[in-house]
Design a protein around this ligand. Structure first.
Ligand code: CAO
Length: 526
């Protein structure tokens, strides 16, 4: 017979083992195949064997009890639960903003060019990812030389989309270049590309190949269209705006479709892709494997234009009463019309002239006649009688008269600068917004103070402004770094990231895989 102390020891071992097994069970239930997490909490083998038969029934009953308790009781704070169950680190004790950045440790094989892909990887770089931009030797991203403002220097087009990255030149079609790419694939977490359809496959980097080389690799692509009739087409910004429903719903009713200045096709899709990548990284924590991500620019634009698809469906049930054309008595057709500067939401709005509009193309304000502040608007513009007049007192009564109402408000705004209107209206909680020129934005001190507009120094072009991280996080502080020169980090990446020796580096250099082919002599070329 076992002694009391012995019994207690057995009970302790059993409890420890059972707890460990429950943790394994829970981890497995949440993360099929997530071996690393399971390993961390594995109990001693001997103890598991000893208590297996004895504790099985006990454990099942215990688990059932805990499950019932979990559904009945309110959830514990996530951090506590995670720390207890998975053994993940306790919350950092470092001061906010000094615990590194959100994506520290994530390495991106950045095979992007032009705008959509680079926007995505720049955002990931702002969040701390190590972005290794692969460029063709001697050529680089085509935008380096496009819309140049400083002779011989990388353009703003390039530098404003490729901050916080390192550049390596590799000829991806050279055998040695392919070998280097293979090594990069093994050392990176995400491959991001926005080549024309089929270009990556022609380099030999099919999904199957990449996945076999590094099963954890996430392959994220921007294409113009998803699978369907246009899947093989090359696409630029405005094509996407047109195909995604933005252009047909932008502009004035009597004019042609219009594209917007905001790059919703390129930067908008890059933003969608960045979201997909972060989600895939999160999912990989559980599954241990990468996946493919496709963001079609048409889909990205449509996602941003979804309110217009909303209106398309509302049309089946009658006219769109908040569109000014309703008040003007113009019948609706079969598709959502262009609505000029009408507000896209339930509160009517319009762009109104302000003092100085005759000379300043941006002396305008966006004015929203939000229902709760209608009384304040009437008082401000000298129409207090509209507060009780049945033709103006309620939002539905105002809808057929919007043009007249905005013309009347404009008589008032024309007597003030846009900033004066802003100041006066904000005191009354009336939502208005000045039309800011890019000059005003570039010079706005508050945007500089928040790091939304940042000045960086570049060896080739001197100081330039860029847009910093629009996402502000309390524990992941962005430091905006200038864009790299073409191939600036080639040797550094080959040796420090990929581990090539000096001899191997010399071989690579001699092979021509990382350098531009020699230009033919003039006589030869002639
Ligand atoms: N080494 C060797 N070759 C390289 C290379 C490298 N490091 N990097 C790129 N190349 C090659 C590609 O392999 C491709 O060659 P093949 O066509 O012979 O296989 C070639 O360079 C050009 O690639 P591309 O077709 O993508 O470029 P493009 O200028 O003809 O087209 C674009 C540009 C943007 C229309 C097209 O890439 C595209 O449709 N991308 C998807 C949609 C997208 O992102 N559009 C947004 C663009 S921003 O407005």
């Amino acid at each position: 017979m076992a002694s009391k102390r012995g019994k207690r020891a057995v009970v302790r071992v059993k409890r420890k083992a059972a707890a460990a097994r429950r943790a394994i069970g829970r981890a497995a239930a949440r993360t099929p195949g997530a071996k690393p997490a399971a390993k961390k909490v594995r109990a001693p083998k001997k103890a598991l064997a000893k208590e297996r038969s004895l504790a099985a029934a006990e454990r099942r009953a215990d688990l059932a009890k805990r499950r019932a308790a979990r559904t009945a009781a309110p959830r514990k704070p996530a951090v506590k639960a995670v720390a207890a169950a998975n053994g993940l680190p306790k919350p950092s004790a470092k001061p906010w903003g000094q615990a590194g950045r959100a994506l520290d440790g994530v390495r991106i094989l950045d095979f992007t060019h032009v705008q959509s892909g680079p926007t995505c990887t720049q955002l990931l770089g702002y969040m701390g990812a190590d972005c290794i931009k692969v460029e063709r030797p001697g050529v680089g991203d085509i935008t380096r030389g496009q819309l140049r403002d400083v002779k011989g220097a990388d353009s703003l087009y390039f530098t404003m989309l490729n901050g916080n990255k390192r550049s390596i030149t590799i000829d991806s079609k050279h055998p040695k270049g392919k070998e280097i790419l293979d090594r990069l694939i093994k050392h990176c977490d995400v491959l991001v590309e926005n080549f024309a359809p089929g270009a990556l496959d022609r380099m030999g980097l099919t999904w199957e190949y990449v996945h076999k080389t590094n099963p954890r690799m996430i392959v994220a692509s921007v294409k113009g269209f998803g699978p369907g009739p246009y899947e093989d087409c090359k696409v630029y910004e405005n094509v996407a705006q047109c195909a995604g429903g933005a252009a047909s719903t932008t502009g004035f009713r009597e004019g042609p479709p219009l594209v917007t200045g905001a790059q919703i096709g390129d930067s908008g899709t890059g933003l969608h892709l960045a979201f997909g990548i972060v989600c895939a990284l999160y999912q990989r924590n559980r599954t241990g494997r990468g996946q493919r991500i496709l963001c079609a620019m048409q889909d990205g634009v449509l996602n941003l234009a979804r309110v217009k698809l909303r209106d398309q469906q509302r049309l089946a049930h009658g006219p769109l009463t908040e569109y000014s054309q309703y008040g003007e008595g113009v019948p609706f057709g079969k598709a959502v019309p262009r609505a000029g500067n009408d507000s896209g939401g339930g509160q009517p709005g319009w762009i109104l002239k302000c003092k100085g509009w005759e000379d300043d193309p941006d002396a305008y304000i966006y004015f929203i006649t939000q229902a709760p502040v209608w009384g304040a608007i009437c008082d401000l513009i000298g129409k207090p009688e509209w507060k009780t007049d049945p033709d103006y007192a309620t939002p539905p009564a105002r809808l057929p008269r919007l043009r007249h109402i905005f013309n009347t408000i404009e008589e008032w705004t024309k007597t003030k600068t846009k900033f004066e209107v802003m100041e006066i209206c904000n005191k009354h909680d009336i939502p208005v917004g000045p039309i800011l020129s890019m000059k005003e934005i570039a010079e706005e001190p508050s945007l500089r103070a928040t790091g939304t507009v940042v000045e960086v120094d570049h060896p080739g072009r001197g100081k330039y402004l860029t847009v910093g991280n629009p996402v502000k996080m309390s524990d992941s502080i962005t430091e905006v770094k200038r864009a790299p020169l073409l191939g600036e980090h080639t040797e550094e990446i080959l040796t420090k990231v990929l581990g090539y020796s000096d001899t191997e580096l010399a071989e690579i250099k001699a092979s021509g895989a990382i350098t531009a082919p020699e230009k033919p002599a003039k006589a030869e070329a002639a």
